[in-house]
Design a protein around this ligand. Sequence first.
Ligand SMILES: [Zn+2]
Length: 407
Amino acid sequence: MLDYLVRNACLPGENTLVDLGVADGNITQIAQSIHGDAPSFDACGQLISPGFVESHIHLDKACILDRAKNETGTLQGAISAVANAKSGFTEDDIYARAARVIEKAITEGTNAVRTHVEIDPGIGLAGFKAIKRLKADYAWAMDVEICVFPQEGLFNYPGTEELLREALDNGADLLGGCPYMDTDPNGQILRLFEMAREYDVDLDFHLDFDLDASWRHLDEVAKQSIAFGWQGRVMIGHVTKLSVLPKPELDDTIAIMRDAGIGLTVLPATDLFLTGRDHDHSVPCGVAPAHKLADHGVCCTIATNNVLNPFTPYGDCSLSRMANLYANVSQLSTEAELENCFAMVSDAPAKLLGRSSKIAVGQAASFIVLPAQSRAQVVSEISRPVWGMKDGRVTFEHPVAKLFRPA
Ligand SMILES: [Zn+2]
């Protein structure tokens, strides 16, 4: 007995259309024609794909442009604007703003996110509690992984470590870091690795977020990743310094990251908005060349980071748009290049979050239908999903656009 049928779906890389049978939340059949009278959705030949996976987003500080302005347009301007606004955050306020973002993300076809949540003695655990509540309330459409981190420093903000520990004891999934904000960056890196080992959690750093190639924290993170045996469990985000490295230095850095099992997340909207502010012409883009690292086996993802706040005053939570933005800035155009951009918002972040990225019998019935015939086309045309399901239950649908021609 089937609970649901998806008809005439195009599987990536396949020429013939298939029907998918769903029962008890899983895909139980894939065949050219499945008979049955279960409720159904006709994909009409459009592409079926597991949902997008958002590997780096800040739900707790989203949608605050009404109360926080980045006066300088710089990273420091964004950090201080949010730090000031944060004193007015309450758990309910954070929940409401985060829910608005999650609902946007659901209708853009994302069904899993890793969200970074700020923890410090000022905000306490308000953000963590709000996001934990949201995680439970939206589990019907979105799997949420909570990464707690010290945005305003660890050693320079006494009390932060105790609160991070409290969050980890109460359901936080992993630990983030922000060494460039700390009076002792290497100290922060070491302490976070020690805590990661103690709690057996992965690490996800905000790192090397400027264009000065004369110094960086990447090597220290790589060193500790090997020392702690944490290869494959460490991500670094932004790393805009990589965008200014000539090929030989970039090749050396790729080798370092591969040996240390460190992955890279690029946040194109934020990186483009905040970097290069000291240039009045020939402004550098500041977007790390993730596709070059991915070509050498480094786990690379493209993510949203911020929505409507002083770090990024834009945002629709569309990962097909973010993949397109990355492709555009990085001057990518071939089928293979665009396909790789799609992989950086689907397969790679899915692997990072320990999820399947396959449409196959026995897998959870969690997928979206995209108005395209290939993954590359989704990136080139910024295809918006028309319909989605999670664990066998329909979660959203967009009406098909109609044209009203003159008679
Ligand atoms: Zn971030």
